[in-house]
Design a binder for this molecule. Structure first.
Ligand SMILES: C[S@@+](CC[C@H](N)C(=O)[O-])C[C@H]1O[C@@H](n2cnc3c(N)ncnc32)[C@H](O)[C@@H]1O
Length: 527
């Protein structure tokens, strides 16, 4: 329980409804066949509300890195920094994060997953919040990952402990539906020995055949004959022990090259089994892999700062996350054509991670980034960063870094009156075009008149009708162009125009606007 604090941007939605307005001059089109990524500038409460209409159950992965509420000017609530002496600091943070995560959860597919970066300041509060059955519920808790964020010894600013880690809380929308990719084991280096089987089986490591740690069994205690005829027994240091393999398995191992008997430095015979990289102990082909580790230590905060300095030739933000860390998380859980959302995008790290991962594994992932423009973070850092990653840039040594083909559309949040009168409904309809294109992922304009607008992608068309008298004209277009259609028709009520499109039912879906949008907003804002 916490004291819910009213927030201006939330109250605003009772008098104004959020929509999207495209900043066309910031559009980037560098990939013909690639997906269209989105950057939305504005408060994420508004952006997430819009996405509740356009992207309900369409997101595979959410990653966020919210303000940690450290008390030192990192968390803004109602336009004021929350400081350590604010007795409601946790309540304000919980009010803030709860309202956003509640909206974000609706966007996840049933197979989806959310990662939330956090540190000691709010980790316990956040964990309990996420465990609430109305949010994700403890049944859907996946892991509390520890990220070692500092290289070397860690910071020495604490009197008691050197803290060099923070956390990433992981929840599934529905635990039984979440698939976490296994990792290739990174200790390939441990497989160092070569033999005549290397080509097929890979290199191998040696593991002693005798073990004091397995339960003694008489049948596993048999003599093995060394090359010079010496009998070798599993016991060592005069203690009873046995072999790990039965006599039958051992004979099979000798015959098939899975056993090595050699002299140790002290001149004693030792029996080893060979563990190959590419086959198991029965000779079956395997890829040695394991579930990803809960402690992540290969990427540091310093790396993240350097990544940004490489692009901007100087420091532009205090605590970005390394894109390699986000790339690592994305590679663990998602298919190669997933939709990724970061609604605390800051410098756009998640965008770069997505683009780089696609380039690495030929993926088709797309991202949606939302951030406000605190200290010009969106206009001066996030957008230019994504733009440079796509178009290429010179690093601080003057070296040309090649761009990676991708597409981006830039939106800002805008507003129309919330009172459900005819004037506002007409205004919302006029402003809704961009939201409809985002929802349908159709950005290529085919026709634009006062009465009809048509957009397409390579799979289907979106038709927007601003005047129902133009239904016959739109039907003509549908017959001419063919293919699948989503049609939106302006109506002051909730007419679904079934009769008018009866003869085309198979190929098109018809929805009344703005009613379909208002329905979502009424539920979210309880107006
Ligand atoms: C800790 S930073 C995220 C940094 C990011 N992971 C990176 O690597 O650059 C949190 C970001 O969330 C943004 N933010 C905070 N409150 C927001 C809000 N209500 N709406 C949109 N963005 C917000 C801030 O501008 C800040 O850039």
């Amino acid at each position: 329980m916490w004291e819910d604090k009213t927030e201006d941007v939330v109250e605003q939605c009772k008098i104004e409804l959020p929509v999207l307005k495209e900043v066309k001059s910031k559009k980037i089109s560098k990939s013909k066949s690639g997906p269209i990524n989105l950057l939305i500038q504005g408060d994420n409460y508004h952006a997430l509300s819009v996405l509740n209409y356009t992207h309900r159950k369409k997101i595979d992965v959410i990653y966020i890195d919210p303000p940690y509420n450290t008390g030192s000017k990192d968390f803004v609530f109602n336009d004021h920094y929350v400081d350590v002496n604010d007795s409601y600091r946790h309540s304000k943070w919980l009010s803030f994060i709860h309202k956003r995560i509640r909206l974000a959860k609706n966007l996840l597919k049933d197979t989806g997953v959310i990662f939330v970066s956090i540190d000691d300041n709010e980790m316990p509060q956040l964990k309990l919040l996420m465990d609430d059955p109305d949010l994700f519920g403890e049944n859907n808790f996946i892991a509390l990952l520890v990220w070692e964020n500092k290289e070397g010894g860690g910071s020495s600013d604490s009197k008691h402990f050197k803290i060099k880690h923070e956390y990433i809380l992981v929840y599934a929308k529905e635990k039984e539906n979440l698939i976490v990719n296994k990792e290739k084991i990174p200790d390939e280096d441990a497989y160092t020995y070569s033999d005549e089987y290397e080509k097929k089986r890979g290199k191998h490591k040696l593991i002693k055949l005798n073990s004091a740690s397995i339960q003694y069994s008489k049948s596993l205690d048999y003599p093995i004959t060394a090359p010079d005829g010496t009998k070798i027994y599993p016991s060592f240091d005069h203690k009873q022990a046995c072999w790990r393999w039965s006599k039958r398995k051992f004979d099979w191992g000798v015959e098939n090259g899975y056993v090595r008997i050699s002299k140790s430095k002290s001149g004693k015979w030792v029996v080893y089994t060979k563990q190959y990289l590419k086959v198991d102990n029965e000779g079956n082909k395997i890829e040695r892999q394991r579930p990803p580790l809960g402690v992540i230590s290969q990427f540091s905060s310093t790396m993240a700062t350097k990544e940004l300095e490489k692009i901007f030739h100087g420091k532009v933000f205090s605590y970005p996350k390394p894109y390699l860390l986000i790339k690592h998380l994305l590679s663990l859980v998602a298919s190669k054509d997933c939709v990724i959302l970061d609604f605390m995008a800051g410098t756009g790290t998640t965008g770069q991670a997505t683009i780089e991962l696609n380039a690495e594994d030929n993926g088709n992932r797309r991202f949606i980034l939302c951030t406000n423009n605190e200290n010009d973070i969106c206009t001066k850092v996030c957008y230019p960063r994504i733009s440079k990653v796509i178009s290429g840039y010179k690093d601080f040594n003057g070296k040309l870094i090649k761009g990676i083909e991708a597409n981006l559309r830039y939106f800002q949040t805008a507003f129309v009156g919330a009172e459900p009168n005819d004037k506002n409904k007409e205004a919302l309809t006029r402003q809704a075009t961009e939201m409809l294109c985002v929802r349908e992922d159709t950005f290529e304009p085919i026709k634009g008149s006062k009465q009809i607008k048509i957009f397409k992608n390579d799979k289907h068309y979106t038709g927007i009708l601003f005047d129902e008298d133009a239904v016959p004209a739109l039907k003509k277009e549908i017959l001419k162009l063919g293919g699948k259609w989503s049609v939106y028709i302006f109506s002051l009520g909730d007419d679904t125009f079934d009769e008018e499109f009866e003869d085309m039912k198979q190929k098109i879906t018809v929805s009344p606007i703005p009613e379909v949008i208002l329905r979502v907003y009424r539920r979210l804002f309880k107006t």
